[in-house]
Design a protein around this ligand. Structure first.
Ligand SMILES: NC(=O)c1ccc[n+]([C@@H]2O[C@H](COP(=O)([O-])OP(=O)(O)OC[C@H]3O[C@@H](n4cnc5c(N)ncnc54)[C@H](O)[C@@H]3O)[C@@H](O)[C@H]2O)c1
Length: 458
């Protein structure tokens, strides 16, 4: 029975939440949506995860937890499946009308021209137009550019038939998701959340619900677009700063200055926030957020936010810079990419997670193969599987003994333990390219490696 939460006064809303009478539907139970759904269910609220991925829904309902790299959620998953506060479904027409709160954790990717792709949100908005019961509440957690909810999403949900009128007979607002993959539980327990509503009532109900589920500070935003602007600002701040450090690391290498040493000293200054150089910036957040902001800016003036354009250009050029590094080292060692066998250490877009979305590793591997190299992959999160069309290695030592050179692309914990002396004694030929500043330069020299490290003098 739908309680029509948007029609209740705020005291009754709070009572209904506390007595766990309201029902939640989370649409999109991927990397972020599933842990979110599990947190809602753990708080006692009856929760359904709705997804179009039939396989995923079947796996979840049969008790298989799909996010092995998300600590602590495996236990909650078992618990909420067992006590029946959570299950997954593909049946939007049955679940949406029964739910008091609909939360959207749908993907927001971009197309081949880097234009934000909001098709999943728009398609679900069409379903909501048909299926949402007046009196319900919609919360958008997906990362969207400021104004998208107000100007594009709401008009689809409302339509023209006056059955649904946002802010009048149903509530809607945002609570942008800020968790870091691999650390979602930790972030859900610590990071403040932003709440914005189409009107005050929507915002107050969202605040009451999140207060019940998450033990964190809830920051009230004046509206939805401001909350979405904050989310993009934090992501793009990182993209720009990484680009800056990538440029500096290229300069420092030419000047014979060690980037790691500079950064370690710089971060002792209270107002310096450290970022590290690398083979590129991937993942479902930083690159897309930059293009979302550019999309917003281009509607007014193409010369706005040129700093983001320049940063994207630098970060997107890093895989090519890495290819040049590899070529130079191989030539020095009397080898060439053609017919060379290479081992890539790490394909995830960032350390300690199993995620290759927009990973720079893909571009690097494709280019190496185009130039005639045979590429092997070792990544502790991708053993006994196929990544980018390559069967991955299971045993690091064995893989190292088989190749002409190795290239570290992701600083997974396991790689921080590797000593250059181990590489020297294990590798068929001791050529090592480190794009993340993981190996100690002096130890590499002492061990007798043929070595190149991004932003560092060897
Ligand atoms: N992954 C992150 O690091 C992260 C962090 C913060 C915010 N976000 C944002 O959260 C949102 C979700 O990201 P994610 O990483 O969880 O994505 P994801 O791709 O892991 O999960 C999205 C899920 O939505 C499902 N889906 C797609 N279209 C659907 C439809 N029409 N109906 C029902 N289900 C549908 C997919 O099958 C998938 O299971 C994005 O906006 C993203 O920017 C992601």
């Amino acid at each position: 029975m739908n309680k029509k939460i948007f029609e209740l006064n705020i005291d009754d809303v709070t009572k209904s939440i506390k007595s766990t009478e309201i029902t939640i539907c989370i649409i999109g139970i991927g990397r972020i949506g599933l842990p979110t759904a599990l947190s809602f269910a753990k708080s006692g609220l009856s929760t359904v995860g709705l997804d179009i991925n039939v396989d995923l829904v079947q796996k979840i309902n049969s008790g298989e937890f799909p996010l092995k790299d998300e600590p602590k959620y495996d236990e909650i998953f078992d618990e909420v499946l067992k006590n029946k506060t959570f299950h997954a479904s593909t049946k939007a027409d049955q679940i949406i009308p029964k739910s008091d709160v609909i939360l959207l954790s749908l993907p927001t990717s971009m197309d081949e021209n880097n234009i934000p792709d909001y098709s999943a949100l728009k398609s679900v908005a069409k379903q909501l137009h048909e299926l949402l019961i007046p009196g319900s509440l919609v919360i958008v957690e997906s990362t969207i550019e400021p104004g998208f909810l107000e100007n594009e999403l709401i008009p689809i949900i409302d339509g023209d038939d006056k059955r649904l009128e946002s802010g009048k007979n149903y509530g809607i607002g945002v609570c942008p998701e800020t968790a870091n993959p691999g650390e979602i539980m930790n972030d859900f327990e610590k990071l403040p959340r932003l709440v914005g509503g189409i009107n005050k009532k929507s915002a107050s109900i969202i605040t009451e619900i999140y207060k019940h589920v998450f033990p964190v500070q809830l920051i009230s935003m004046p509206n939805c677009k401001t909350a979405n602007a904050v989310k993009l600002t934090t992501n793009v701040f990182r993209d720009i700063n990484i680009a800056f450090i990538n440029e500096l690391s290229i300069l420092f290498e030419k000047l014979g200055i060690d980037t790691n040493t500079v950064l370690e000293a710089a971060k002792t200054k209270y107002n310096f926030q450290v970022h590290y150089p690398g083979a590129g910036v991937g993942g479902p957040c930083l690159p897309i957020s930059s293009y979302q902001f550019l999309n917003s800016a281009n509607k007014f003036d193409e010369n706005l936010l040129t700093i983001i354009k320049a940063s994207r250009k630098r970060n997107e050029s890093m895989p090519l810079y890495v290819i040049d590094m590899i070529n130079e080292v191989l030539i020095k060692a009397g080898k060439s990419l053609k017919n060379c066998s290479l081992l890539i250490l790490g394909v995830s877009y960032k350390p300690n997670i199993k995620d290759i979305q927009l990973s720079p590793a893909e571009i690097i591997i494709n280019k190496l193969q185009d130039q005639g190299a045979t590429v092997k992959i070792y990544d502790p999160y991708f053993k006994s599987t196929t990544v980018f069309g390559i069967k991955t290695e299971n045993n690091l030592e064995h893989a190292l003994s088989q190749v002409d050179a190795t290239i570290l692309l992701t600083a997974h914990k396991e790689f921080l333990e590797i000593k250059p002396s181990f590489l020297k004694s294990t590798m068929k030929s001791p050529i090592v390219i480190d794009t993340r500043g993981v190996f100690d330069v002096f130890a590499a020299k002492e061990a007798g490696l043929v070595f190149r490290s991004l932003g560092r003098k060897f």
